[in-house]
Design a protein around this ligand. Structure first.
Ligand code: PBG
Length: 309
């Protein structure tokens, strides 16, 4: 009876698995604050993605770890960089998988900010062409969807125009639309070595306290041409997900971020919680709030657990 009347059904086809990639071969370095998450070389990323696919996870999102960082983050639009290389391999060796790339500069800049610095501040408008260049480079590699996560104003429109002008009209945009300036990104910044060297990201990421502003951010990104919009983080923002679902007739994604994952893993390691039940309950809650799909480091484990029934 409970199966018949269940309102929210979780299945692996709602998951997108984040993968960190860097140049090399046979490389699998575990991220200390994210047990079970690895920095992978392109070959290892392909086998990880194939495993995910066989467990029913339809998509991955790639984050790059560059060989060198500079002021403008130029490796972000280098056609030979690890993300671009991995996209090419995935499209060849796992063609049925949806490949999303994170488009941002923070992993690639020496100062760790998501944009260009002018007079000690991030310059919004000067950053837009660089983000568009990065997105175009991913498109040339064959990506299906680009995910701008920088939170500069106007970047969705700038990326859409650049893609269309070069004939990449079929490449979609999943925008990190309502992204808070959150402490929950700590472990990610360790994984990607992307913590800002000065200041913080409050000048471009949102105040966690603002729900109405989150709705404005989502509306603007949809107007600029986003195909799907994301709320990030997920757990402390379920009301934002829920209101976005009510208001917008567009696919809504939620990012169950690194800090949310790390909390669960740390408590599970100590035997303080039942990891499997906690993870499935968290993911069910995010979907119940209204997310169509969830970016989550739990994707592989959760897909396995769901297959076991
Ligand atoms: C920026 C980016 C971040 C995350 C995804 N894209 C970090 C940040 O804004 O500092 C965080 C994801 C996570 O914590 O899991 N490129």
């Amino acid at each position: 009876m409970r199966d018949l009347v269940r309102e929210t059904r979780l299945s692996p086809d709602r998951f997108v698995a984040p993968l960190f990639v860097r140049h090399g071969r046979g490389l699998r370095e575990e991220v200390p604050s994210l047990p079970g998450v690895f920095r992978l070389s392109p070959d290892e990323a392909v086998s990880e993605a194939q495993q995910l696919r066989s467990l029913g996870v339809p998509a991955v999102i790639l984050f790059g770890i560059p060989e060198k960082k500079d002021e403008n983050g130029s490796e972000a639009w280098d056609d030979g960089a690890a993300v671009q290389e991995t996209v090419r391999r995935l499209k060849k060796d796992a063609p049925e998988l949806l490949v999303v790339t994170d488009v941002c500069l923070d992993e690639y800049t020496s100062h760790g900010h998501c944009g260009v610095i002018r007079d000690g501040e991030v310059d919004n408008d000067a950053t837009l062409p660089l983000l568009a260049r990065a997105a175009l480079s991913h498109a040339r590699a064959g990506v299906d969807v680009v995910g701008p996560s920088d939170m500069m104003d106007g970047r969705v429109g700038a990326i859409r125009r650049a893609l269309d002008d070069d004939g990449y009209t079929a490449v979609g945009i999943l925008s990190y639309a309502a992204k808070a300036a959150s402490a929950f990104y700590g472990p990610f910044r360790e994984a990607a070595d992307s913590a800002p060297t000065f200041g913080d990201r409050r000048g471009y990421q949102m105040d966690p306290a603002n729900r109405r502003e989150a709705m404005r951010e989502i509306a603007l990104d949809l107007e600029e041409g986003a195909d799907a919009v994301m709320v990030k983080p997920a757990l402390a923002y379920l009301d934002v997900i829920s209101e976005a679902r009510e208001r917008f007739d567009a696919p809504i994604a939620a990012y169950n971020v690194s800090g949310e994952y790390a909390l669960v893993k740390a408590a599970a390691e100590r035997g303080w919680i039942d990891e499997r039940r906690i993870v499935l309950e968290i993911l069910t809650g995010i979907v119940r709030a209204g997310a169509d799909f969830v970016l989550t480091y739990h994707a592989k484990d959760a897909a396995r657990w769901l297959a076991q029934g």
